[in-house]
Design a protein around this ligand. Structure first.
Ligand code: ZN
Length: 298
């Protein structure tokens, strides 16, 4: 098991910002402390090359990110103030997801400490997402003929709207999103398969729903690669999630995904996605559980 991490992932934001960047420092520290990984399992990704970005994003949008020319309105939609460091962070994270995918093709699984930026569209960002790392990595794997059919399993509590739009009508990438029906984004795009969940859903109902979907997905799509977005904003402690999944339920979710993929011999790259519990330890523990489950099952 390899993990992708660079200190730029925890790029500091102006005071008072609600997006908890600190988790990106705390996750690798806790993984090391608990002995889930060793230093030599941490890969520091390089920034992503432009030609790879342009397989997914428009040249105009990429130039805006490079030259810091997003309008105030565009920055507000993203929810983060533009800066050269933020752009560097995004391209490093996206390269991390590609590196994880390449490692997973050889060894089964790899996890990015950040990423899962599923609200980014070809020509714009929103919801803390600037570049869509799963889309970039999917297009890269396909263009390099590493894979023929990609499945994106998006279990973040928010719909993967950018990913859905990017791959609409694309036969090589199947998008699956299980998300809170009444959560952001309030205008949902159409994934290949959307499973909207009611507010207040508990562990049993959540896990049963996922358990019903996974075998159908694998049989229908027959993917040779999976990207898994393991957002922990499904937790009952999450400020925005609206679901009632416990920490144990969240771990069982990850185990369900990994055991299914392992059983079918499908390699998997994982990105962390969202998590907005009031207590940072709830967020970090849940993300660390994802790494633990991946290490034990693969
Ligand atoms: Zn989310």
């Amino acid at each position: 098991m390899l993990i992708a991490y660079d200190p730029i992932y925890a790029h500091p934001l102006p005071e008072g910002h609600r997006f908890p960047m600190v988790k990106y420092e705390l996750i690798p520290a806790q993984l090391l402390r608990e002995g889930i990984i060793t230093e030599n399992q941490i890969l520091k990704p390089a920034p992503l090359e432009e030609d790879i970005i342009l397989q997914t994003h428009t040249l105009h949008y990429w130039r805006q990110l490079q030259q810091q020319t997003l309008s105030d309105k565009e920055q507000r939609r993203i929810g983060l103030p533009q800066s050269p460091a933020l752009t560097l962070r995004e391209i490093t994270i996206s390269r991390g997801t590609i590196d994880c995918a390449l490692h997973a093709l050889e060894h089964g699984v790899a996890l990015n400490v950040a990423g899962g930026t599923h609200h980014a569209f070809a020509d714009r960002g929103e919801g803390f997402c600037l570049l869509n790392d799963f889309a970039i990595a999917s297009n890269y794997l396909l263009s390099q003929h590493h894979v023929k059919k990609v499945l994106i399993i998006d279990l973040d509590v928010h719909q993967g709207n950018g990913t859905a739009a990017l791959f609409m009508g694309n036969d090589h990438v199947y998008t699956f999103s299980m998300h809170g029906a009444h959560n952001y984004p309030f205008h949902k795009e159409v994934s290949d398969w959307d499973v909207p969940l009611p507010d207040g859903m508990n562990d049993n109902d959540y896990l049963r729903t996922l358990q019903d979907c996974l075998p159908v997905l694998i049989n229908k799509v027959k993917p040779d690669f999976v990207f898994y977005l393991s957002g922990v904003d499904i937790l009952e402690t999450d400020r925005y999630g609206k679901l009632k999944v416990s920490a144990q339920g969240c771990l069982l979710r990850d185990e369900l995904v990994f055991t299914t993929l392992k059983k079918h011999g499908i390699p998997c790259a994982v990105a962390m996605g969202g998590g907005y519990s009031t207590q940072i330890k709830d967020i970090v523990n849940a993300h660390c559980n994802t790494f633990k489950a991946a290490g034990e099952i693969f």
